[in-house]
Ligand binder design. Structure first.
Ligand SMILES: Cc1cc2nc3c(=O)[nH]c(=O)nc-3n(C[C@H](O)[C@H](O)[C@H](O)COP(=O)(O)O)c2cc1C
Length: 168
């Protein structure tokens, strides 16, 4: 079984806490939870066959700041042979036009990397106006809203980990 890295960027710890919850659900697998601020180059990814990448959205539709240094490395990385899943946190009420856009930025960085991307979820389960993290009628990864729908977070994580687990 390959090693999995859950890599997150988080301003007020919501995404960090979700990263830990996802890791706990992947019990029995070899999982490391890593703050993206600690990563230097794409070389840091070479030991992992699975990557689960998470970010909150800050500013107006921006990737969480700690991703800024690493996302350019991610764009250049050859991720062929790796499995990648994405998760994003946002606020669908106050930022309904840019809901989880940060996850859209992560998707843009990895979609041509050669990785096997897994973990889309139905957008119809959420109420928002626009998101760059939507393709067709699905989010490109798990969307979570700790500001308005925190009561759904644990069940959304559980269902999503069930969905992706066999791919890792
Ligand atoms: C200044 C600020 C700007 C934000 N902008 C967005 C946004 O454009 N879109 C969105 O979906 N959420 C936005 N949010 C909501 C955060 O993404 C959300 O609160 C998230 O849970 C924070 O996670 P973190 O603590 O891991 O950074 C914003 C929050 C703040 C404080």
């Amino acid at each position: 079984m390959g090693k999995i890295a859950i890599i997150y960027g988080s301003s007020t710890d919501n995404t960090a806490s979700v990263a830990e919850k996802i890791a706990a659900k992947l019990s029995g697998k070899d999982v490391s939870v890593i703050d993206v601020a600690k990563l230097k180059s794409a070389d840091d990814l070479k030991d992992y066959s699975g990557l689960i990448l998470g970010t909150s959205t800050m500013g107006l539709g921006d990737l969480q700041d700690d991703w800024d240094g690493f996302v350019s490395q991610l764009k250049k990385a050859d991720l062929s042979g790796k499995t990648v899943a994405l998760f994003g946190l946002g606020d669908s009420a106050s930022y309904s036009d840019t809901f989880v856009d940060g996850m859209g930025s992560l998707y843009a960085a990895v979609k041509d990397s050669g990785a096997n991307l897994v973990g889309r979820v139905a957008a119809s389960d959420y109420t928002f106006d626009a998101s760059t993290a939507v393709e067709g009628d699905e989010f490109v990864g798990l969307a979570l809203d700790e500001d308005n729908e925190s009561d759904q977070t644990d069940s959304r994580i559980a269902a999503w980990v069930d969905q992706i687990s066999a791919s890792f």
